[in-house]
Ligand binder design. Structure first.
Ligand SMILES: Nc1ncnc2c1ncn2[C@@H]1O[C@H](COP(=O)(O)OP(=O)(O)OP(=O)(O)O)[C@@H](O)[C@H]1O
Length: 332
């Protein structure tokens, strides 16, 4: 099977100004990211705020342009944003983001909005539109009597269900969900995640699920990529990464999530804040916060490399390079 979506060495740089008279200080929001998502697979993307998750999600859909690198959808390069070819492809790749109220038009009923893609992409004949809207509403757990409601007449969870129904209308092959439940009450989050998971399984949709909430990602992702300052630092299947994280950053992220009934002793605490991406630390960008940092980590950027079957990490220590480098130093 070939990947549905692939990214090769993607780079996105924001030029920002430092102070009133300061020069431009480029922020490498996404800095050489490569990934592949198979049809029907869910890739979770985790990392602290500012690690580049949202930028990467938008780049995968062609919404944000790449300074370098390439995105391919079903093996073909992504058409340039705004072209007719890209708009046609966008029906097959949908984005669900954090704020459903911003995604919906307050003046239109949710049934009208769920039906919009059917009309825009001429997906069903007019006489069948209402039936398809009803089917989509049922698929996300909205009641038929809610069809005529306006967004502000629904709860946050119901609004996000409506956004998901609209995203599904064009029968997408890929859903990019960017913090889709972060704005919802905790009690509602699991319900919406379950809706997404069920729909994805039933329809074989591939999903990129971006979240800073590891519990949610664990619940839905087949595979997880961990981002730090614009780069993937570890990637593995969800089970493997949560059971035996290798990169010290992944370990710290995972152990910062309290587990009911498990004492806090032995938890690795993530120290300090992520560094300013416009002023990236030398070597491994995580080294100023890393309890395992060695000399090599301050000077040499670790490559993302295979550290076991189906898993990669960008860390000198877990790749065993420090041992060999130190041995070489001693010999010299
Ligand atoms: N439009 C922009 N102009 C300048 N810098 C930006 C812009 N958008 C994002 N950035 C910067 O790019 C980096 C990555 O941001 P991004 O929003 O992709 O990260 P994120 O991991 O999704 O964070 P969050 O969880 O807070 O949304 C951050 O340093 C951010 O400040």
């Amino acid at each position: 099977m070939n990947p549905l979506i692939e990214a090769d060495d993607l780079v996105r740089i924001y030029e920002t100004r430092r102070g009133l008279f300061g020069g431009a200080s480029p922020v490498r929001a996404v800095d050489g990211v490569s990934l592949a998502v198979m049809p029907g697979e869910t890739l979770g993307i985790v990392g602290e705020s500012g690690s580049g998750k949202s930028t990467l999600g938008r780049m995968l859909l062609g919404i944000d342009p790449a300074r370098a690198g390439e995105v391919r959808f079903s093996g073909s390069p992504m058409p340039k944003s705004g072209t007719a070819e890209w708009r046609a492809l966008r029906a097959k790749m949908q984005l669900v983001y954090q704020d459903p109220l911003a995604a919906l038009d307050r003046r239109l009923t949710i049934a009208t909005q769920i039906g919009e893609p059917l009309e825009i992409h001429r997906l069903v004949q007019k006489e069948h539109r209402a039936a398809r809207v009803a089917e989509l509403m049922a698929a996300v757990g909205l009641r038929p009597d809610q069809a005529g409601r306006f967004p502000h007449e629904l709860s946050g969870g119901q609004r996000q269900r409506a956004v998901i129904a609209r995203a599904l209308a064009s029968r997408p092959k890929l859903l990019v969900c960017d913090e889709p439940v972060s704005a919802l009450d905790v009690s509602i989050q699991a319900q919406v995640v379950n809706v997404l998971r069920d729909l994805q399984e039933q329809n074989g949709i591939a999903m990129v699920f971006i979240s800073h909430d590891l519990k949610v990602v664990r619940n839905i992702a087949d595979r997880v990529a961990v981002m730090y300052l614009g780069r993937i630092v570890e990637e593995a299947s969800s089970d493997v990464i949560f059971q035996s994280p290798q990169h010290p950053y992944t370990s710290a992220l995972i152990s910062s999530v309290p587990v009911p009934g498990k004492p806090p002793e032995g938890r690795m605490i993530l120290q300090g804040e992520p560094p300013n991406p416009a002023d990236r630390p030398s070597g491994c960008a995580f080294h100023p916060r890393c309890p395992l940092a060695r000399d090599i980590c301050r000077t040499s950027v670790p490559a993302l490399r295979q550290i076991g079957s189906g898993r990669t990490a960008a860390c000198h220590v877990v790749a065993g390079e420090t041992a060999s480098v130190e041995r070489l130093r001693k010999r010299a």
